[in-house]
Write a protein that binds this ligand. Structure first.
Ligand SMILES: Cc1cc2nc3c(=O)[nH]c(=O)nc-3n(C[C@H](O)[C@H](O)[C@H](O)COP(=O)(O)OP(=O)(O)OC[C@H]3O[C@@H](n4cnc5c(N)ncnc54)[C@H](O)[C@@H]3O)c2cc1C
Length: 385
C-alpha cells in the first residue's frame, strides 16, 4: 500500500522488513495460540540493533532519533508482527537515559543495547489507583543503603522476560507532600535478584505476557534510585510524549496492514459471481479507513519531527496517538467486515491483529485521557478531574 507521504528512512525500513520477513504470520499465529513470548523475534531485532535505536552511540546503540524509531515500529506492525514485546525497551529506556546518573547509564545502557540485559518492564499501574497515577499505594521506604518496597501492581507486561524493570513507588506519604505529584520515585529493579517480589501472570485478551506484582519487603539498593527522590512522577510524564508518538507509529503500521489485507481480500473473494470489492458497500469503508490511516500518519510524522527538534510537542503527540489509535481500530473493523466469517478465523490472522490493535484505545493511555488533555491543555477548557 503506497503511503501518501514519501517515507523517511527507507534503508532502515528495508532492514526492518528483512528481519520481519523471517517471522511470517504462521510464527505469530503459533505464538499467540501458545501464548509464548517471541524470544526469536526479539533476539533478531536486538541483534540487528533496532531495539537499541534510541540508545546513543557512545553507549553502544544506534543513536537514532524518534522519527527513525517510529519507522522501525511502524514497519514491525505493518509486516503483520506485533511490536508490543519490543517497544517498551525503546521508551522505558528513555527514563534511564534522561534521568539516570552517568554510572547507571554506563553500567546498563551498553548491555541493553547488545541484548545482554533486557529492560522491557515498566511498573506503574495499580488496582486502587488506575489512571489516577498519583494515588498509587506501593511504597518504597529508605532503610540504610536500601529502599524496602511493599504494595501491588496490576497489568505489568514482560516481567518474566525482562532482567530489569522500571518501578514507580511512593517514597513520601501523600499526606506529607504539598502536591500529589510529589513524593513519587523511580527505581531500576534488577529482576534477577528480586526477593520479596511475587509475579502472577494474568490471562489477557492478547499475548502480552502481563502480570500482577506483589511486593512484600522487596529490597532495592539506594543506588538504583533514578534521578532525585520524590521527582519520579515528573520523570514518567517526561517520557510520555515519546511513548505516545511511538505507540501511534505502531497503530499506523497496524492500520496499513489491515487496509492492505482488506483490499487484497476484497479484490480476490468472489460472491454472486464477482469480486466483493466491486460493491461500493465493501470498497468505500476500506477507502475511508485508508484515508484516515494516512491522515493520522501525517500527525505522527509531524509530532516526531517536533520532538526531534526539541520543541514543545505535547499537543501533537497526543493528537497523533488519538488519531492513529482510532484509525487502526477503524481499519481493524473494516478488515473483519471485509473478511466476513473468515475475519473471525485464527487462520487468517485478522482476528489476532484485531485484538492486538484494540489495546491502543486503553493502554498505555486511554482515549478519554487523551481527549481530556486536548480539552484542557490545548483548548483551555476547565480541568475535568
Ligand atoms: C494488555 C495490557 C498490558 C498492560 N501493560 C502495562 C504495563 O506494562 N505497565 C503498566 O504500568 N500498565 C500496564 N497496563 C495498564 C494500562 O496502562 C491501564 O490499564 C490503563 O492505563 C488504564 O488504567 P485502568 O485499567 O486502571 O483503567 P481505569 O483507570 O479504571 O479507567 C477505566 C476507564 O475509565 C476511563 N476514565 C477514568 N477516569 C476518567 C476521567 N476522569 N474522565 C474520563 N474517563 C475516565 C478511562 O479512560 C478508562 O476507559 C496494561 C494494560 C493492558 C490491558
Amino acid at each position: 500500500m503506497a503511503p501518501v507521504l514519501t517515507e523517511t528512512y527507507e534503508d532502515l525500513r528495508r532492514g526492518v522488513r528483512n528481519v520481519c520477513a523471517r517471522f511470517p504470520n504462521e510464527y505469530w499465529r503459533d505464538l499467540d495460540a501458545a501464548r509464548r513470548y517471541p524470544e526469536e523475534f526479539v533476539g533478531a531485532m536486538t541483534e540487528a540493533g533496532y531495539l537499541g535505536a534510541l540508545i546513543p552511540e557512545e553507549y553502544g546503540g544506534m543513536g537514532l532519533d524518534l522519527l527513525a524509531a517510529c519507522a522501525i515500529l511502524e514497519e514491525v506492525n505493518s509486516s503483520g508482527a506485533n511490536a508490543g514485546p519490543a517497544h517498551a525497551q525503546m521508551y522505558t529506556m528513555g527514563t534511564l537515559l534522561r534521568h539516570g546518573s552517568e554510572e547507571q547509564k554506563s553500567a546498563y545502557l551498553p548491555k541493553i543495547a547488545t541484548g545482554e540485559l533486557r529492560l522491557q518492564a515498566f511498573a506503574v499501574t495499580e488496582p486502587e489507583a488506575g489512571t489516577d497515577t498519583t494515588s498509587i499505594r506501593t511504597t518504597a521506604i529508605r532503610e540504610g543503603d536500601h529502599y524496602v518496597v511493599n504494595g501491588r501492581k496490576i497489568y505489568i507486561s514482560r516481567v518474566e522476560q525482562s532482567d530489569l524493570m522500571i518501578l514507580l513507588a511512593r517514597t513520601t506519604p501523600l499526606a506529607e507532600v504539598e502536591k500529589r505529584s510529589r513524593g513519587l520515585s523511580v527505581f531500576l529493579v534488577d529482576l534477577r535478584d528480586a526477593e520479596g517480589l511475587r509475579v502472577r501472570p494474568r490471562r489477557m485478551m492478547m499475548n502480552n505476557a502481563t502480570n500482577e506484582l506483589l511486593f512484600d519487603g522487596m529490597r532495592v539498593p539506594a543506588q538504583n534510585l533514578i534521578g532525585e527522590e520524590g521527582e519520579g512522577f515528573r520523570y514518567i510524564l517526561d517520557g510520555m510524549n515519546a511513548e505516545r508518538i511511538l505507540i501511534a507509529a505502531e497503530c499506523i503500521g497496524d492500520g496499513r496492514w489491515f487496509v492492505e489485507k482488506a483490499t487484497k481480500r476484497a479484490g480476490e473473494r468472489e460472491v454472486f459471481g464477482r469480486a466483493i470489492g466491486g460493491n461500493q458497500g465493501v470498497q468505500f469503508p476500506i477507502a475511508r479507513a485508508y484515508a484516515n490511516v494516512e491522515a493520522a500518519s501525517l500527525m505522527v510524522q509531524k509530532s516526531a519531527a517536533l520532538f526531534d527538534r526539541g520543541g514543545p510537542c505535547g499537543a501533537e503527540a497526543n493528537l497523533a496517538k488519538l488519531l492513529a489509535a482510532d484509525a487502526s481500530w477503524e481499519a481493524a473493523n473494516v478488515a473483519v467486515q471485509t473478511f466476513g466469517g473468515y475475519g473471525f478465523d485464527a487462520g487468517y490472522d485478522v482476528e489476532r491483529k484485531f485484538r492486538e490493535t484494540r489495546l491502543y484505545q486503553v493502554a498505555p493511555i486511554s482515549t478519554n485521557l487523551i481527549l481530556s488533555y486536548v480539552a484542557e491543555h490545548v483548548l483551555g477548557l476547565p480541568r475535568s478531574f
